[in-house]
Design a protein around this ligand. Structure first.
Ligand code: BTN
Length: 249
C-alpha cells in the first residue's frame, strides 16, 4: 500500500479532515496525523478530548464491497496498534471490545471507524481514526477522564519523530491484516489480548442495564455474552467490567 502521511499541527478532527479529502477522491491509504484536535470525536457521539501530547491519526480506506465490515476493520486496527506500540516501547497492551486499548487497567487509545455515504447503503469509503495518548497533557488529563486515562510516557517523547514513526508502524501492521481482511489473521491475537473474556460485565440497551458474562468473541468480532443462561451476540455498544459495587446493586 502506498503510504502518504499528511502532518498537521492542529485540526478540528483528523477524521473530518480526511473525509473531505476522500470526497475529493484521494487514494486509499492516505493518512493524516495531528498533534492536537479541537473537536475530536469519539464513539456514540461523544467528544474525544485531544490535547497536545497525543497521536491523532486517520486513514482512508476503500474496501471491496464484501469487505466493508466496520467491526473487522476496527478490531484489526486494535491489534495493529498494540503490535506497533509494543514493538517501539516496553509496554504490554490489552484490548477492551471493541475499540479501546488498555495499559495497566487504564485507557491508552480509542478507535473510531466511520463510513461516508453518498446515497446507497454501501459507504463510498471509510475513515479509520485512532487517538493514542503519548504523553500526559501539560496540565494533566481532563477532570472527566483523569481516573481512567493513561499515556505511554509521563512527560517526554523519546525522540522528535516518535509519533511519525509510530504512525508508520501502525499503518504497516494494519495493512498486513486489511489486505486480507476476510482471512481474519488478526483474530486469534485479538482474542488473546481481550481482558473481558470470562469476566462479568454489563451493557446498557435503551433504559436497561444488562448484567451478563462475556464468554467469547465470534469470528465476526461480535461479543458473545451469557445472560441468565441465554447466549447473545453483541455487535455494537459499550460494555463495562463489573465491580463489586455494580454487583451489589
Ligand atoms: C473512542 O474512544 O470513543 C474513539 C476515539 C477515536 C478518536 C480518534 S482521534 C483521531 C480521529 N479523529 C477523531 O475525531 N476521532 C478519531
Amino acid at each position: 500500500m502506498k503510504k502518504n502521511i499528511i502532518r498537521l499541527d492542529t485540526v478540528d478532527s483528523t477524521n473530518n479532515y480526511l473525509k473531505e479529502l476522500g470526497k475529493d477522491g484521494c487514494h486509499e491509504g492516505t493518512a493524516v496525523i495531528a498533534d492536537k484536535q479541537t473537536a475530536g470525536r469519539g464513539r456514540m457521539g461523544r467528544s474525544f478530548i485531544s490535547p497536545e501530547g497525543g497521536l491523532y491519526m486517520s486513514v482512508l480506506l476503500k474496501p471491496e464491497h464484501d469487505n466493508f465490515d466496520f467491526l473487522l476493520i476496527t478490531s484489526a486496527a486494535a491489534v495493529a496498534v498494540c503490535r506497533a506500540v509494543e514493538a517501539m516501547t516496553d509496554v504490554s497492551l490489552k484490548i477492551k471490545w471493541v475499540n479501546d486499548i488498555y495499559l495497566d487497567d487504564k485507557k491508552l487509545c480509542g478507535i473510531l471507524t466511520e463510513g461516508v455515504f453518498s446515497g446507497n447503503n454501501t459507504p463510498d469509503f471509510a475513515v479509520l481514526g485512532i487517538g493514542l495518548n503519548i504523553i500526559e497533557p501539560e496540565n494533566g488529563f481532563d477532570e472527566n477522564i483523569k481516573n481512567i486515562a493513561t499515556s505511554l510516557f509521563k512527560k517526554e517523547i523519546p525522540d522528535n519523530d516518535f509519533k511519525l514513526k509510530l504512525c508508520g508502524r501502525i499503518l504497516d501492521e494494519f495493512f498486513k491484516y486489511y489486505e486480507n481482511l476476510s482471512k481474519r489473521e488478526f483474530l486469534e491475537e485479538y482474542r488473546k489480548r481481550s481482558f473481558i473474556i470470562n469476566r462479568d460485565i454489563y451493557y446498557i440497551s435503551g433504559d436497561e442495564k444488562h448484567f451478563c458474562r462475556c464468554v467469547g468473541i465470534d469470528d465476526n468480532c461480535n461479543l458473545i455474552v451469557e445472560e441468565n443462561g441465554v447466549k447473545k451476540q453483541l455487535g455494537t455498544g459499550e460494555i463495562t467490567v463489573r465491580t463489586r459495587k455494580d454487583n451489589e446493586g
